[in-house]
Design a protein around this ligand. Structure first.
Ligand code: BDP
Length: 720
């Protein structure tokens, strides 16, 4: 190569490298820290932010420092290294009163007292005559969270002067549940393989582990259950525990503890015992020794999550013992080390019950008051299984003497996998805001969960992760919003899904007001749209057997309460699951005002109508249409609305980078295609019962029912 060729090769290489670095592959999540693009705002921020420093030194404070440096330098468009003091106007000082003299001199102790270990203050104040921003907390973790909050203000284009912000989490334990297997497959995962590379751990530590920890810390998540609820006891063996310890070491500076799923039969499978009976002394001793072993390696290990006696998982009932006996066995082993047990209420009886929706309540309510202080019951948001819409689970508010935590699904098992744009925060919010009436009006699920209703101090919330090893973490670029929203709501269940969407869009896509407004609007509409084209009017569990992605209302074989016909109960007389006293009476598990509300056809919200009632096809709906027509209308409206989402997205081209613009466009096209399949398949199938023609303005299905029954999906990640 001559010199000229060398130089041009070098230039090309540099350009390619810059392009690659700038590639918008979504890997930076909402922590992009790109330079503020509004010149007026940028100048104002540069003027008001001249430097930063962290008072004190610890791994957590170093993580906070790293984030401040990275965030401020990126957002302000120039390198801003750590300053040595607060002698200039516009310095950001972060720390605790114990870690340095600036924060100590501000007299914030009183205000900080009520904010706990994770809460923080962000205040604009004067220090020796200079205007500074103080990010103060009682403990280092609070400082880290405060730093992320401050950066969020900049990322979302908010004021950074005159600040007087106070925040503390309303829920103590804010967890992701990974349904990740040791072979790196992910149950109901649609974003590639598990992040945890068990073969390489503990020797090689993938840099993404730190990225993962940063992302979680930025939204307040402080724990992660690394393994699937359908557990493998191998993870509790020495070799694996050392791998888990390596992850715990990496996550610790970001305030994240690790937890594991405990397979109830582990004492037999890896301990050589002949029984796992929770009352057997040898079993008790085994778990105690196991806990000691774990805490020797991981001093801040969080505890266990357990799925027992459900869908084939072993549990205490195998030995004639109760869920309380099982949970307490593990709780006692963990208690000396301050660990907790999260015992799931998602239980499937071996016998098919008269109504699957009643089972958890029936099994758990009699056990109220029998669980240890360090045990929580982890309850899915609804009584069936992460459906597009369910009423809140009646267990919330029904066990006042027990700590209850909700489990939401972030991965979209029943909501279009990583292909459909469905923003789930409205679903989470709907559940959290539901009034259980447990102690009169205003006894919302959020108040059960944050402990304020029952006076519980141990509080927690879990989200089943949608994260995998694909470059953008979640497959669908908008899947990131569900991870983000879960964390934000776990910190403050009172936040609105719209506020969260607004933040996320500005951090992830654009700060252009109009464009951000359009994207938030798309997100806010998306869940109801999916309900319409999948399971309108309270229908549920009519997905295809196995993959749950497409429609399968005809599924009628196998265990009854795993079939669709069990749930929709369509016949020539009508459709819907009668849960009033005239049917299964699941209604009885709700408090009287709700029994009345849901129990009467006239007052039952239409979106839950077929959840609680079996109604004739001719039933007159609020729209004036009969039920059959309304059903067709809803399915159709769902598909049309996806068309609207597509054109809204198309209008945003100039505001979105080419890579993500085209990725989302392609996904929306697929979503429309598959929403249409839902609509056509379900209306054709239900027509075989209603015997009625399609409404005049209803575009007839594109194929016959046989075609839909035989249809398979070749291009959906994670679906076979
Ligand atoms: C269902 C999933 C199944 C899970 C189960 C659970 O289909 O893969 O194992 O929930 O939550 O939704 O245990």
């Amino acid at each position: 190569m001559n010199n000229m060729t060398r130089i041009s090769a070098l230039i090309i290489l540099i350009l390619v490298t810059i392009a690659a670095v700038r590639a918008e592959d979504g890997s930076r999540l909402w922590l992009r820290y790109d330079r503020i693009d509004d010149p007026v705002l940028l100048t104002a921020c540069q003027k008001n932010l001249t430097g930063w420093f962290i008072e004190g030194d610890s791994p957590v404070l170093r993580a906070a420092a790293g984030e401040l440096e990275r965030g401020l330098s990126g957002l302000l468009g120039r390198a801003i290294p750590e300053a040595r003091s607060a002698r200039r106007h516009g310095t950001v000082v972060a720390g605790t009163p114990a870690s340095g003299k600036v924060i100590a001199s501000l007299g914030l102790e009183q205000k900080l007292a009520g904010l706990g270990e994770e809460g923080y203050l962000i205040v604009s104040t004067l220090y020796r005559g200079k205007r500074i921003t103080a990010i103060a907390a009682s403990h280092d973790h609070g400082v880290l969270y405060g730093v992320f909050h401050f950066l969020r203000l900049l990322q979302t284009g908010q004021e950074i002067t005159g600040l007087e912000i106070k925040s503390r989490p309303r829920i103590g334990v804010r967890l992701l549940n990974h349904w990740d297997n040791l072979d790196r497959t992910v149950e109901r995962g649609y974003a590639g393989r598990s992040l945890w590379d068990w073969e390489e751990l503990p020797d090689r530590l993938d840099p993404r582990y730190i990225e993962y920890a940063r992302a979680n810390a930025s939204i307040g998540i402080n724990g992660t259950v690394l393994t699937n609820v359908n557990a493998n006891s191998q993870v509790l063996t020495d070799g694996y525990l050392r791998k888990v310890a390596a992850l715990a070491d990496l996550f610790r500076p970001y305030g994240i503890r690790v937890y594991l799923t405990a397979r109830f039969s582990a004492p037999v499978e890896i301990g050589g015992l002949v029984t796992a009976d929770p009352l057997a002394p040898a079993v008790i001793a085994w778990w105690q020794a196991k806990a000691e072993e774990i805490y020797r390696l991981i001093p801040d290990f969080g505890g266990f999550l357990v799925k027992a006696n459900s869908e084939g998982q072993p549990g205490p009932q195998n030995y004639g013992r109760s869920h309380a006996d099982g949970a307490n066995l593990l709780a006692d082993a963990l208690a000396p080390h301050s660990g907790i047990v999260m015992w799931r209420a998602f239980v499937y009886d071996n016998n098919v019950p008269d109504d699957r929706a009643k089972q958890a309540w029936n099994e758990f309510v009699p056990l109220d008051g029998r669980f240890r202080e360090n045990a929580l019951i982890q309850v899915k948001n609804g009584p069936i299984d992460f459906q597009p819409r369910e009423p809140f689970h009646p267990l919330f508010g029904a066990m006042p003497r027990t700590a209850m935590m909700p489990e939401f699904q972030i991965t979209q098992e029943y909501l279009g996998a990583s292909v459909h744009l469905v923003y789930l925060a409205p679903l989470y919010e709907e559940c959290l805001r539901s009034d259980t009436h447990a102690a009169g009006e205003g006894s919302t699920v959020a108040r059960v969960v944050d402990g304020s209703l029952g006076g519980h101090t141990l509080t927690a919330m879990a989200g089943v992760s949608n994260i995998g090893d694909v470059r953008n973490w979640t497959g669908h670029p908008f899947g990131q919003a569900n991870w983000y929203a879960f964390g934000r709501l776990a910190w403050d269940p009172g936040l609105s899904s719209a506020t969260i969407a607004g933040e996320w869009v500005r951090m992830t896509f654009t700060r252009d007001e109009e464009a951000a407004h359009t994207i938030s609007g798309m997100m806010m509409a998306s869940r109801e749209i999916a309900v319409n084209y999948m399971t309108p009017l309270g229908l549920h569990h009519i997905m295809y057997y196995g993959h749950h992605y497409g429609p399968g209302p005809w599924v009628d074989s196998g265990r009854a309460d795993w079939t669709s016909v069990y749930y929709h109960r369509a016949d020539s007389a009508g459709i819907g699951f009668e849960r009033t006293p005239a049917g299964s009476n699941a209604l009885e598990q709700y408090r009287p005002p709700l029994r009345e509300l849901y129990g009467r056809v006239e007052s039952c919200p239409e979106e839950l109508l077929l959840w609680f009632h079996h109604l004739p096809w001719e039933h007159r709906m609020k729209s004036g249409r009969i039920l059959w027509e309304e059903l067709c209308y809803r399915y159709d409206a769902g598909v049309r609305s996806v068309g609207r989402l597509r054109s809204e997205w198309a209008s945003l081209q100039e505001h979105i980078d080419a890579e993500r613009f085209s990725e989302v466009s392609t996904l929306l096209a697929k979503q429309e295609r598959d929403a249409r399949i839902w609509r056509d398949a379900c209306t054709l199938y239900f027509q075989t019962f209603s015997g009625k023609p399609f409404p005049a303005d209803f575009d007839p299905p594109q194929h016959d029912l046989q075609w839909y029954k035989a249809h398979t999906y070749e291009d959906i990640p994670g679906i076979e």
